[in-house]
Design a protein around this ligand. Sequence first.
Ligand code: HEC
Ligand code: HEC
Length: 353
Amino acid sequence: MLAAGVQLAAATAGASELRPLPPPAAADPALLELGRHLFHESRLSGDGSRSCATCHAPARGFADGDALSRGYNQSGHFRNTPGLTGLRLKPRLTWDGRYRGDELPQLVEEMLTSSFTMNGDPGIIVERVRQLPQLLQLWQRAFGARTLPRFDGIVQAIAAWSASHDGGDTAVDAALRGDAGALSPSAAEGLRLFAGKAGCARCHHGPAFSDGQAHRLGVPENAAILGDPERTVALLHHHASRGSPDPMVERSDTGVHALTRRAADRGRFMTPGLRGVAHTAPYMHNGTLPDLAAVIAFYDRGGGRGAETRPLGLSARERAALVAFLEALSPALVAPSAPPPAFDYGTQAGAGR
Ligand code: HEC
Ligand code: HEC
């Protein structure tokens, strides 16, 4: 058998190059520990009902297992919660790519304050961190003994911890570095198909397995959006807040189009990263594909209406090989699945200051 690395060199020369995991990013342990606690802290949300981890559950690859995110109480959401594995490597964030990868703090701020996710108020968030003695202590370890919590630092800590999960240096990374025996025969065949006949690497490339571009696959509508008034309101609000001239007539998530208003962008969504993807079913921006086999079958059919992809003519063995490849990119979840303890408010006023 030829080394996967050799075959890839031929199959992926040029823009769609697959690249292994780069060296780990430097990170301040005190900042990460603060971020870990804040990520799990439901008191940052408006009514104290949910944390980042409620929707981005570490034990589910930082997704929630639902087709559509449940959203904030009495609001509802119209998109699937993406996993966060490999976040630091992703060139663009969210399904419509409205943030660049280096704009992660702005996105964290949106997640904390949007009435569709956590509905938190920056002033109250800062006050809650200040009032929880253990959180205040973690803050002061990260930012200095004499400092008091600030919103930008809270956002920075959450962003740092969120971006610190690469999902491990996988067997796929080893194969991309030339270790021919790293993958099972089926996953190795999947890698060759991914980079070759199946054409996946055209869009899923680079260290995050995403080109950071938007494409139209024709993913079918999720009827649960218009079937649920709260989700419908969230969708209409999304269109209105992006300047749609007539938001009330919008009946679907138009993806990048809502941001650019260019006709050609209707139905285009960002190519998601694929690290850890086996843990984050169901799939696509609206969660309509239940598992990886369904995703591969969808691509094999050529995608849905208006798709820019073409039928692939894969055999059952080839489809299974592509699933095995995606699983090899998703090693077993290790800790941080145990959430940190929830802290109590101190009994003495000003405790910990
Ligand atoms: C109510 C559920 C919910 C909560 C709570 C929530 N998120 Fe999200 N998150 C989502 C959804 C849904 C999206 C997709 C949004 C979109 O595409 O428009 C998302 C997208 C993201 C992304 C983009 C990932 C990617 O690959 O593009 C990041 C990063 C993120 N959230 C981090 C956080 C952090 C950090 C918190 C806590 C401060 C948080 N989220 C709280 C549901 C939630
Ligand atoms: C033309 C670009 C393009 C090609 C080619 C392509 N993808 Fe995708 N992929 C995307 C986009 C865009 C999405 C998100 C689409 C949406 O939600 O509407 C996606 C979504 C996915 C998802 C779901 C990820 C998630 O978190 O929900 C998986 C898995 C996936 N692709 C694997 C593959 C595989 C395997 C192939 C090859 C058979 C492939 N892709 C080919 C662009 C592409």
